[in-house]
Design a protein around this ligand. Structure first.
Ligand code: NAG
Ligand code: NAG
Ligand code: NAG
Ligand code: NAG
Ligand code: NAG
Length: 397
């Protein structure tokens, strides 16, 4: 009886596969750029093929995930391009196993970013491949008012994962996260020379719920910077250096509209030969708020300024104290290692109400120069210090 039923089903299945109206034909969900005519020799222009493959992937009606594939062992020469949503399927994968190579400055055109991922929800980028911005063709020639492009922009996207990617030699910033909610970044490796100008690692603005972990960032500017409208960010397991360290700011671009960064947690990161370790920088006589920030379990390997709050960033005139950016509830805990300069801790707060509720706990920063001492320096910094070297920290109640 049972055997008879199975035989019956098998006959049904094999008898008329094409006339079986009850089942959908398998929907295509993988879009390999090679199938669209990409060459992948690092010289032929693969832009059209990649654009076509993306349009099909983004337009695919699949019940699951549409995947755009850049296969391994190939280098795709791609002109500046936006991968723009919204897409039809709920999830979009971009599997970058091969390399993507940008044009040099001479062949660039006018775009202000290299690759834009825009208005895509459920986006996942992975594969371990590299995006190379050929920044050295810009760094020397393009200075002053010359605008250099950002390598990779993730703008207006929700629920984004980047896991396994290398970003190399951006003309300017490597990755910009803007107007996003829900971003998880891991195993990202950013690499540009320490002398390359303005090549930030990751910039975050107007975004919330961002988690960055287990990554390395070597660049010529900030490792990670967070500016206006950034909240609920966790950063852990990042090796920074060379570069300028992890920064909140600059904040306070206006005297009327408030800049805000809050709920930022930086843990288990190292800073090797960087300009700064962890820094908060705000302009004087501006409005804004930086609060509920923790920097903990950090290893400093001879940065110049391991711990720094600078509320007089780029200020040439005297502070009036009419308004100020409110910096409060900032914790520095478990920070160890060495410092290349004498000033290991600098807390240079605003004149109006100072920084409030700073906590310095379990800090030991010695000089990287044998026999030299380190010092702490404060202006209007309020809070509590326990077990801190350099000792005699200058916090007020
Ligand atoms: C950040 O870490 C906290 C504490 O571990 C956790 O509750 C929160 O969900 C994390 N946020 C993100 C965006 O990963
Ligand atoms: C700290 O980060 C390193 C590098 O990513 C990682 O290997 C290690 O497991 C992390 N440790 C903790 C306690 O999270
Ligand atoms: C900061 O972002 C907020 C939105 O969160 C906006 O209202 C404000 O204008 C921005 N500040 C500046 C100075 O642009
Ligand atoms: C700074 O902001 C915190 C949190 O909102 C608030 O409690 C505190 O009163 C503010 N400080 C000043 C001087 O406005
Ligand atoms: C601080 O670090 C230095 C250098 O590693 C070490 O010699 C010293 O014992 C440490 N001090 C404390 C109180 O842990």
């Amino acid at each position: 009886m049972k055997g008879g039923l199975i035989t019956f089903i098998l006959i049904l299945a094999f008898a008329s596969p094409h006339s079986c109206v009850g089942l959908n034909p398998k929907t295509k969900d993988t879009f390999n750029v090679m199938d669209y005519g990409a060459v992948g020799d690092g010289k032929s222009d693969d832009s059209q093929a990649i654009s076509k493959a993306w349009n099909d992937a983004c337009g695919a009606v699949t019940p699951g995930t549409a995947t755009l594939v850049f296969p391994q062992g190939k280098t795709f020469y791609l002109k500046p391009m936006d991968f723009q949503g919204p897409c039809k399927s709920k999830y979009i994968n971009i599997q970058i196993q091969g390399n993507i190579l940008a044009p040099t400055k001479a062949a660039w055109g006018s775009k202000d970013r290299y690759i834009g991922f825009l208005y895509i929800n459920g986006l996942s980028i992975y594969g371990g491949g590299a995006i190379n911005g050929q920044g050295s063709s810009w760094w020397k020639e393009c200075t002053g008012s010359c605008q250099r492009p950002t390598l990779m922009c993730i703008h207006n996207c929700h629920d984004v994962t980047v896991n396994g990617l290398r970003n190399i030699d951006s003309p300017r910033n490597h990755m910009s996260i803007y107007l996003c909610n829900g971003v998880r970044i891991s195993d990202l490796h950013i690499q540009a020379p320490g002398e390359s100008p303005g090549t930030d690692g990751i910039n975050i603005a107007l975004s919330a719920n961002v988690n960055i972990e287990s990554s390395s960032i070597a660049s010529g500017d900030d490792c990670i910077s967070m500016i206006n409208g950034t909240s609920f960010v966790n950063i852990s397991g990042i090796a920074c250096g060379p570069g300028h360290g992890i920064s909140i700011g600059s904040l306070g671009s206006s005297t009327s509209s408030s800049d805000t960064v809050r709920e930022v947690h930086v843990r288990n990161c190292s800073f090797t030969g960087t300009e700064n370790g962890v820094r908060i920088k705000t302009f004087q006589d501006r409005v804004g708020y930086v609060g509920k920030v923790t920097f903990e379990e950090l290893t400093m390997i001879a940065p110049h300024n391991p711990i720094i709050i600078d509320q007089h960033y780029f200020s040439k005139v005297k502070e009036t104290g009419a308004v100020a950016v409110n910096v409060s509830d900032i914790t520095f805990r478990g920070i160890h290692g060495t410092c290349a300069d004498e000033k290991a801790i600098e807390l240079n707060c605003n004149k109006k109400f100072g920084c409030q509720n700073l906590i310095l706990d379990n800090i030991n920063l010695t000089s990287s120069v044998p026999g030299k001492k380190t010092i702490a320096s404060c202006f209007n910094a309020h809070g509590v210090a326990t077990s801190v070297i350099p000792s005699n920290p200058c916090l007020q109640k």
